[in-house]
Ligand binder design. Sequence first.
Ligand code: UGA
Length: 438
Amino acid sequence: MRLTVIGTGYLGAVHAACMADIGHDVLGVDTDAGKVEELAAGRAPFHEPGLPEILTRNTRAGRLRFTTSLAEAADFADLHFVCVGTPQRPDSLAADLRHVEAVVDGLAPLLTRDSLVVGKSTVPVGTTRSLSRRIAAGLRPGVEARIAWNPEFLREGFAVQDTLRPDRLVVGATEPGTDQLLRQVYEPMLRAGVPYIGTDPATAELVKVAANSFLATKISFINAMAEICDATGADVATLADALGHDARIGRRFLSAGLGFGGGCLPKDIRAFLARAEELQVGEAVSFLRDVDRINRRQRRRTVDLARRLLGDTFAGKRVAVLGATFKPDSDDVRDSPALDVAAEIAATGADVHVHDPEGIDNARLALPGPSYHTDVMDACRDADLVLHLTEWRQYRAIDPVKLSEIVRVPTVLDARNALDREVWHAAGWHVRALGRPH
Ligand code: UGA
């Protein structure tokens, strides 16, 4: 089938490449000419495991092309996926729908044949309905366009595998024809047994924000327990393991520590709060305000614990920061808890040295103050304190004996509860973490 993917950020670039990989003829569209050029050459503009390979394979095979022209997109296919960003508005908690609206407004008058527009971006419940009116207003006489919502659940770092083998496919549409067409698009996945949930647009929009709200709540729940553990000497890691054995609870997303960040979870819970208030049902999800507060508090608690470990002052101290991205296997520093902590400590005048395997370039742009290193040892040399803030696999492989020889003080704050405490203790380190006795 021929289709376009409009917006080639994390979501769109991966969706376009994966749709081509399952055999479709795909045209990716973006307003950023630099990004289009990179993608057309088979290069990923951000770090995502597996993406360069499928980009190269499919651009070479001629199944995947990129353009900056919406007119070319309208001409190329009758099926258009919308994958542009919906960031938080600068002036409120709500989602900024400017990019989605610009796509719909730009595309509608260019359509010359009946078309289907399928939104994949995360949007407030009710958006499909308002966009459907918007698109209808822009169409040429005699041309019809349907609109459906098909949210995406991919995780950064696992985006390719999540897109090719999703846990489920959710499609919100009002006409049966739309459902049939999307079943055709995703046929290889359906054949492999991926569950397909066909529903109305509002439910589809809601599945996405409800899923992210649930995940965020789970993380904040265990971080709230970590605060109780700190007050009582209990151990949050053992608590999470024990809770996780209950299949109804499950261990995943129950890792206490610095909390969640990134371009999705934080802004999605805030946008959900804002939308619920608009709908006069704000009280139903007011707990999400606490989820957000608990989450942000972990950053402050980490800075406070770091200060205590340094004798109640950052003045004149050298602090090594391991990790700048919001999670491992990504170069994304949007709302990164690690970078927030580094920023707070750097603001005290402390000498902050940051290492990250993939995120240094983005981190330097977002936070120019600290020194950045591509070698863990360089970042940790002469450190008075090592902060482990993003749980990259390579940090778990650090030899704590070797590291202890180059730091000034062998104290590590493991804000992700991911290092092997026994091994670090045996190497002479003082290991601290939120929610865990020492
Ligand atoms: C999240 C969801 O997991 C995806 O399903 C969703 O599609 C995506 O948002 C989106 O809306 O596009 P992502 O932001 O890539 O995916 O990252 P996650 O793996 O969910 O991690 C989010 C944050 O939670 C990270 O900062 C991570 O360090 C933190 N986290 C995760 C914890 O603090 N504890 C945990 O136990 C798990």
